[in-house]
Design a protein around this ligand. Structure first.
Ligand code: TIU
Length: 224
């Protein structure tokens, strides 16, 4: 077992039963001209975590853990996009509209690709999700069960939207979750802080939180 010094208490896991989940590190949210920018956000804080997420991904690959990438995405006919979501944002800059990186949040479009720095390898899972949460209308739960995964190490964007929703869904389904605090980011610094506090409050009501260095140290200790 690997034991990470986490908040509010240690996070112990067996790498063979653990998956790294990298949430929505796609061009739509990280690059100018995407959905995040269309909603009025400055994308630079999200870009700043890319090197840390790269190191986390390299560690998971080294340890031969299951790696899962998610993308927030919709089918070209938008049949999987509820009206309430479709009506969100300014006219002309909504889901399905054409922007500088193709149709916003539509599967297969340039903007919907995971950024090159974190490109999935052929054997890694890529989960296309029409919601903010990764279990909503996806086959993720069945795949995790089939693979014997009980623990999730989570990173990605944005902390209080897709990451927090996915963590809460996972927690309700019985998965033990660790959020890597320097491998997640929000467009709003205060929302990230509040989300980390919410997750770890009340004895870890939604999960555990630790920096990448704590995860790296845990692996070093186990190898020593
Ligand atoms: N807007 C925002 O903060 N996030 C999203 O719309 N999706 C994700 O968090 N992936």
């Amino acid at each position: 077992m690997i034991e990470v010094n986490a908040q509010p208490s240690p996070f112990a896991f067996a790498p063979e039963h653990t998956a790294l989940v990298i949430i929505d590190m796609q061009r739509d949210f990280l690059q100018p001209g995407g959905f995040g920018a269309a909603l009025g956000n400055d994308v630079r804080p999200l870009q700043a975590i890319v090197p840390t997420v790269q190191r986390l991904l390299a560690l998971a690959r080294e340890q031969r853990m299951t790696v899962i990438h998610t993308r927030e995405s919709h089918s070209a006919d938008l049949a999987d996009c509820p009206a309430a979501k479709l009506e969100h944002g300014l006219p002309g800059l909504r889901i399905g509209d054409t922007g500088p990186m193709g149709r916003i949040l539509v599967r297969g479009e340039p903007g919907n690709q995971i950024i090159a720095e974190l490109a999935p390898l052929a054997h890694e899972w890529v989960i296309d999700k029409p919601g903010k949460g990764m279990f909503c209308r996806t086959d993720l739960e069945a795949r995790l069960q089939a693979a014997g995964i009980s623990h999730l190490i989570v990173a990605g964007v944005t902390t209080e939207v897709c990451v927090q929703t996915s963590l809460r869904e996972a927690n309700d389904r019985g998965y033990r979750c660790l959020l890597v605090e320097d491998a997640t980011e929000s467009y709003f610094a205060e929302f990230k802080r509040a989300t980390l506090a919410m997750i770890t409050a009340q004895g870890g009501i939604v999960g555990r939180v630790a920096p990448l260095a704590a995860l790296q140290a845990a692996f070093h200790r186990s190898e020593a």
